[in-house]
Design a protein around this ligand. Structure first.
Ligand code: NOJ
Length: 767
């Protein structure tokens, strides 16, 4: 059967449906229509054709894993694949889609995936940076624009959002997520889903999101990519699961399994995780796809060779096999042997077809392939200006001695460092779909920003790393021309000697974070630190403009450099956005969503830890028989939630309207915030709570709410938070969500350390 013959019937049914006023009925009807459509299509499909739908291959235009040689058109013609990813260009995708629709028995269109992580051609800041804005509206807008651009380029499925909580900055993929906090992660994840999928992912520019990497990938031991994860279920439910669950509740159409083990079983083969938790407990009814080659790699994990691994993954509830071809090449035989049932294959195939149906591909398989769209929908002035504005919200001002920043646009500014004229690095990791040649360098942006008023004395200063091989490794697909370090430093010092202020553009290059970019040393790379020391030694004021995809250890920099502005990787408009903040058109307002340690030895270091039985009583000294280090303090260099502004904010007294909370009641916490500085600014006011005693030891504080407020100089605003028992509970060892009676603390402040505290009692237990 070719499904196109059923379309008139579907349209007739749709017309009847329009008459129905009740929304839930409409949704139910739509689900029934979808089931009927898919059932009738599947009745006509052979087992081999169904297995073809479970097979996802890479086209190789973007490289995101080991490269495979595939002849896409033939695979499609032979009905051996249900989707492709890493194919670039609407024309190319249209040609493939035509083969699928016009040259196969059932004409089933393809899913076309790509890693659109923080923009397509218009690139936004990396997700870790975006999270520092605490701005759900900005994130939703970023995802919407990404979907508009990607869909205009033939893509209908993005492998985003990545919502893995991560507390180990050695892991390069920390750059791709929302940082260390479960609550914040669960607020930001739905914003991505809403942005990508729009109303219901069936519109012309709406694409399917894919929540990844389910689950716990961010807890890879030692921050080494693809490493082992081992975690209590109580921690999974109270911390790491929250963002995945929130994204699924927001309607994410698909989920990607992680590479790691969960309870000793590879995630994609873990039936408890994929069926009991994901599908039954959380009600997910979308498409579950593996990560790259996961099924085949289960043999290296010491779990099972390809054939058995495919059986285990199917049994667990995993629908689609990315790259390993285990499902396609082995499941027919396993069916004959009785190791799997046709019903299991049907369930997986149904989920693939459902995704295609929900995207509207059966109605219009070419809806994403209007090849004229690219010209007027991609990299538009409107998208670029949104990216520029959003980037300014993500920068975090870490230090600003004597209000060195913002800089005046007069005088002589020495712009020094390997990131100063590296336009191809501004976009950051996971930006393979963009054209860096269209991006502007910081040097050019700075000259535009100051015009004739100031002189920019540019000097490269040094390479990213002293060692060329190391630099080549670090820079990957975004090379930066090298020079001789000794000569570069000497040139830089000459430029600096004639300047009023030095801006040092240093840090990581774009590809030093992201997948397969773990680091054991988190200092500024060797020769860059040497350059920075030489610049500071000139005695001139120095601004460190820090490019990075992760927290770095900046203890020396914090002690010796006058100002530090962390600009992460701000995307295609980063350079202009940096100038907007550097010269005071915009004030920085980002707050860290991940802790910056003093040294690597402190990792994992995160604010919402559980106390020890012997907490440290005096951070300034070593205390024997207390939980501390001989050679390092316990506290971070910069805590979660920290970030300065060009203005200052005063917090009034924290007030609670009552000091007892009942099961169905609420407490209102309020605090008056005043802009006490001379500039307009945005503050992110944070609410934390602590359950003082509980049947499971609870964290010393946990984020429970935040407000972004913008105040003019002298202006005040009373910020209020509502506290309910539902916000305060936790999963106990039976994995029941409970809120136990007793004392709680409520804390409000500008970061996770500078907090005012009030206590209250929760009176009633509920389960
Ligand atoms: C591997 C990565 O882990 C995943 O995040 C990505 O979506 C896939 N490759 C596809 O490129």
């Amino acid at each position: 059967m070719n499904y196109k013959k059923t379309i008139p019937v579907l349209m007739a049914v749709s017309f009847i449906c329009v008459m129905c006023s009740c929304v839930s009925n409409r949704i139910e009807n739509a689900e029934v229509r979808m089931s009927e459509f898919i059932d009738s299509l599947m009745r006509e499909m052979t087992v081999e054709e169904k297995l073809g739908q479970l097979n996802l291959v890479t086209g190789g235009d973007m490289v995101t894993g080991h490269v495979m040689e595939v002849e896409l058109e033939n695979l499609i013609r032979r009905q051996e694949i249900g989707g492709v990813f890493n194919v670039k260009g609407a024309d190319k995708i249209l040609a493939l889609q035509k083969v699928a629709v016009e040259e196969t028995k059932h004409g089933i269109p393809l899913l076309v995936g790509a890693d659109i992580i923080h923009g397509y051609e218009t690139v936004f800041p990396i997700p870790l940076a975006l999270s520092c804005s605490f701005d759900t509206v900005a994130i939703e807008r970023m995802a919407r624009i990404s979907a508009i651009e990607a869909s205009a380029s033939g893509i209908n499925w993005t492998y985003s959002p990545m919502v893995d909580i991560c507390r180990d900055p050695r892991w390069g993929r920390i750059a791709e997520g929302n940082g260390e906090d479960p609550y914040l992660g669960s607020i930001l994840a739905p914003a991505y889903v809403r942005g990508y999928q729009g109303k219901n992912m069936s519109g012309k520019n709406e694409i399917m999101s894919c929540v990844k990497h389910f689950a716990l990938y961010g807890a890879s031991e030692a921050g080494r990519d693809y490493n082992v994860v081992d975690m209590s279920r109580q921690r999974m439910f109270n911390e790491y699961f929250l963002p995945y669950k929130a994204a699924i509740q927001a309607g994410a159409g698909s989920v990607m399994t992680s590479f790691n083990l969960i309870d000793g079983i590879p995630a994609a083969a873990n039936k408890w995780l994929m069926t009991d938790v994901l599908r039954k407990l959380w009600g997910f009814d979308g498409l579950l796809v593996t990560d790259y080659d996961v099924i085949s790699e289960m043999s290296k994990l010491g779990y099972a060779p390809l054939k058995e691994a495919s059986v285990k993954a199917l049994e667990a509830g995993t629908d689609m096999d990315m790259v390993s071809a285990g499902y396609f090449t082995t499941l027919a035989q396993s069916l004959k042997n009785g190791d799997v049932t046709e019903n299991m294959i049907d369930n997986a195939c149904r989920n693939v077809l459902k995704a295609k149906y929900r995207l509207g591909l059966f109605k219009d398989p070419y809806k994403y392939c209007d090849t004229t769209d690219v010209k007027h929908k991609v990299f538009t002035p409107e998208h670029r200006s949104a990216a520029r504005k959003i980037a300014t919200e993500t920068f975090v001002l870490l230090k600003n001695k004597k209000e060195l920043l913002p800089l005046s646009t007069n005088g002589k500014i020495a712009l020094i460092g390997p990131m100063a004229d590296a336009a191809n690095n501004m976009c950051g990791m996971w930006s393979m779909t963009c054209s860096p040649s269209k991006h502007i360098s910081l040097y050019d942006a700075m000259r535009d920003a100051v015009g004739e008023k100031a002189q920019i004395l540019y000097s490269k200063g040094c390479n990213i790393y002293r060692d060329e091989d190391m630099e080549n490794l670090a820079n990957g697909i975004r090379p930066i021309a090298r020079g001789d370090d000794q000569r570069l430093i000497a040139d830089a010092l000459r430029a600096a000697s004639g300047a009023d202020v030095i801006v040092a553009a240093l840090g990581e290059s774009a590809e030093m974070s992201g997948e397969s970019a773990s680091r054991a040393d988190l200092d500024l790379p060797d020769v860059q630190k040497e350059l920075l020391k030489a610049l500071v030694a000139t005695g001139k004021p120095v601004v460190l403009l820090l490019f990075t995809g992760r927290p770095l250890t900046l203890t020396w920099e914090d002690a010796n450099v006058d100002a530090i502005l962390n600009v992460w990787f701000g995307g295609s408009e980063a350079a202009n956005a940096i100038c907007d903040v550097l010269f005071g058109k915009e004030s920085p307002s980002g707050k860290l969503t991940v802790t910056f340690p003093r040294s690597v030895g402190q990792i994992p270091l995160y604010y919402n830890h559980v106390n020890t039985s012997r907490p440290d009583s005096d951070p300034a000294a070593f205390n024997r028989y207390q939980s501390n280090y001989i050679d390092e303090r316990n506290e971070p260099l910069y805590p979660f939630g920290y970030g300065l502004n060009y203005t200052t904010f005063a917090y009034g007294d924290l007030q609670l309207d009552t000091d007892t909370l009942t099961r169905d009641g609420k407490i209102t916490a309020s605090v008056k915030i005043t802009n006490t500085g001379k500039r307009k600014g945005t503050e992110i006011v944070q609410l934390y709570s602590r359950d003082t005693f509980a049947s499971l030891a609870r964290p010393v504080k946990e984020l429970k709410g935040f407000h972004r407020i913008t105040l003019k100089p002298g202006e005040s605003k009373v910020v209020t938070f509502e506290i309910t028992s539902a916000m305060l509970g936790f999963y106990n060892n039976e994995l029941e969500y409970v809120c136990e009676p007793g004392e709680f603390e409520i804390m409000v402040g500008p970061d996770s350390e500078k907090l005012s505290v009030k206590k209250f009692f929760y009176e009633e237990a509920f389960e």
